[in-house]
Design a protein around this ligand. Structure first.
Ligand code: G16
Length: 586
């Protein structure tokens, strides 16, 4: 152990493109590899968000293990030390899921966290990397924090870093490199799994895995959730490892695109739509950093907006945490179809609409206004942490299925719906309620939204901005009559731009998408993605409501076709971008 920390000051110059988007800074790896690029971002961060004095300041760091993480994590540790952090908690091998970082920050009362991930975007030497800062509540930093960080980064002339050799983070251990400074390398899963045990009834979920007819599958897409999934589904619930796919995190995600949607998680989707009696009852996938989830049943897909609503509907009955705490309110991002609004109305609890970005939920959670929230982008979560949480959503669904199955097909010897089986399964006991049944019952009660998102990825940035600005200027604020004329659609009703004022701190976030409404309540929303690492992505979200049971199993594309036609006509998307059709439809 050396007695003093020696520091090095290195001259640098600003990088104008290092501006955080919807969720941190995301760029291609070669951009991050530029000399001083990472250091500049960290210098500006630690200068504008210095470790608090008068206590042992603690920073948590880790990520999804994508390419270039092992280099960057050393820089994070050394620069945090140079700026006065006294304890750095690091995941072994630099691995920590995003929800796990949020959980650790809260559990260990840390002052912040630096997460190394580009989330659902691909990894590898020419693919994406990302850095993100979370504050002491465990939430992604609010816009104001990242604006201040960016402004400071544009004035930098030097940065300061600890002049020490790399730390060995390949084993769980505590290193004291200097007096008063601790580097704590922790098991990535322990704190997170313990938290899940406080939220869910693990015996109830285990009872589902013991039912004869329950077949489960999970795809970690070679992202960070692999080790967590093995701990939960295999070690805790007894699921055979063969049912868990791609559970070893790889720097390039094995060439997969770690985005849990029907397009990129196609192996799982094929398994869930297999034409055989072997098709699993339940399938799920998470993204690279573990905050997104996709839920599937035997031959059915659960739209994230439905998933959020179903979790909100059932939470107090099926999940001990919500049975104890209640569900105080809910929230969804603006482009998310308002399924959960109907659940909230039925339960007489408040429902908030926020801009896209998990950071907008943080204040509502801290103020006790909401308990559960979610987004169309495959994100669902609750107040247990301040990030969306992919595995938490999977556990919610397993709890709901287990609870409903126990109600309808009780296990012998169990008087309560939440007990584990006490004797061998008979064939009735082996039955499980299907995901489709749960969805059908929920649609029957609340009605169904037909939902699709069309993404146009890799559009020239200037063209994408011009399309968005022109559309906004043409439609927003116009009268119903004018809109009918402009769009040539007799169903046109209204159009506005979503500007958000935070109900807790009054902060203002303008221009969060164009919302176009039709007379029958259908709508489309248009916005530009804030997470693409190069070029621009135009996202168009379509939704149409029906409470006619006979319609529920119609195809989304067929129901939404008139909305798509109106958008295409008025936006001139084909003519402007040259894209004949969206690159991804989810
Ligand atoms: C991030 C944010 C989410 C947001 C999503 C999509 O997710 O945390 O809140 O919904 O991006 O953003 P955009 O539509 O701007 O691309 P993640 O999973 O990428 O961190």
């Amino acid at each position: 152990m050396a007695s003093t920390l020696s520091l090095k000051t290195v001259p640098t110059k600003p990088f104008p493109d290092a501006l955080a988007g919807t969720s941190g800074l995301r760029k291609k790896v070669p951009v991050f590899m530029q000399e001083n690029y990472v250091e500049n971002w960290l210098e500006a961060l630690f200068f504008t968000q210095p470790p608090p004095a008068g206590k042992e300041s603690i920073l948590v760091t880790g990520g999804d293990g994508r390419f270039y993480s092992e280099v960057v994590i050393q820089k994070v540790m050394k620069m945090a030390l140079a700026h006065g952090y006294k304890r750095i908690i690091v995941g072994k091998d630099g691995i920590l899921s995003t929800p796990s970082v949020s959980a650790i920050i809260r559990e260990r009362k840390a002052d912040g966290g630096v997460i190394l991930t580009a989330s659902h975007n691909p990894g590898g030497p020419t693919q994406d990397f990302g850095m993100k800062y979370n504050i002491s509540s465990g939430a992604p930093a609010p816009e104001g924090v990242m604006h201040a960080q960016y402004e400071h980064s544009q004035k930098l002339t030097s940065y300061t870093i600890a002049d020490v050799p790399d730390f060995d983070i390949s084993k769980v251990q505590t290193i004291i490199p200097f007096s008063g400074v601790t580097i704590e390398i922790i098991d990535p899963c322990d704190i997170y799994i313990n938290l899940m045990k406080q939220i869910f009834n693990f015996d109830l979920i285990k009872s589902l895995f013991q039912r004869k007819h329950f077949k489960f599958t999970f795809d970690a897409l070679h992202g960070v959730t692999g080790p967590y999934a093995l701990r939960l589904f295999h070690e805790e619930f007894g699921c055979p490892v063969e049912c868990l796919m791609n559970c070893n995190p790889l720097p390039d995600f094995g060439g997969l695109h770690p985005d849990p949607n029907q397009v990129y998680a196609h192996t799982l989707v094929e398994r869930m739509y297999a034409d055989s009696s072997n098709c699993p009852d339940f399938g799920a996938a998470c993204d690279g950093d573990g905050d997104r989830n996709m839920i599937l049943g035997n031959h059915c897909f659960v739209n994230p907006a439905d998933s959020l609503a179903i979790i909100a509907e059932s939470a107090s009955e099926c999940i001990p945490f919500f049975a104890r705490e209640g569900v105080k309110g809910v929230a969804r991002s603006s482009p998310t179809a308002p399924c959960v609004d109907r659940v909230a109305a039925a339960k007489s609890i408040p429902c908030y609409e926020t801009p896209t970005g998990w950071k907008f939920f943080g204040n509502l959670m801290d103020a006790g206004k909401i308990s559960i929230c979610g987004e169309e982008s495959f994100g669902t979560g609750s107040i247990h942490i301040r990030e969306k949480d992919g595995l938490w959503a999977v556990l919610c669904w397993l709890s709901i299925i287990a609870h409903e199955s126990n109600k309808r097909y009780p296990l012998s010897g169990s008087s309560s719906s939440s007990a584990a089986p006490s004797s061998a399964d008979s064939s009735a006991e082996g039955k499980v309620v299907s995901v489709q049944e749960i969805m059908d019952e929920y649609w029957t009660k609340h009605g169904k939204y037909f939902i699709q998102r069309h993404d146009y990825e890799g559009v020239d940035s200037t063209k994408a901005h011009s399309l968005y600005d022109t559309l906004r200027d043409t439609l927003a604020g116009k009268s119903e009559e004018e809109l009918k004329k402009i769009t040539g659609d007799d169903n046109a009703k209204s159009c506005d731009v979503f500007n958000y004022t935070d109900p807790v701190d009054g902060s203002y976030s303008p221009n969060n998408g164009i919302r176009f409404k039709f007379v029958d309540g259908s709508r489309f929303v248009v916005r530009l993605s804030g997470t693409s690492s190069s070029g621009a992505t135009i996202r168009v979200y379509y939704e149409k409501y029906s409470d006619d049971k006979a319609q529920f199993h119609k195809k989304e594309a067929e129901v939404l076709e008139p909305l798509v036609a109106t958008f295409s006509r008025v936006s001139k998307i084909r003519e402007i971008t040259g894209f004949e059709k969206p690159t991804v439809i989810t």
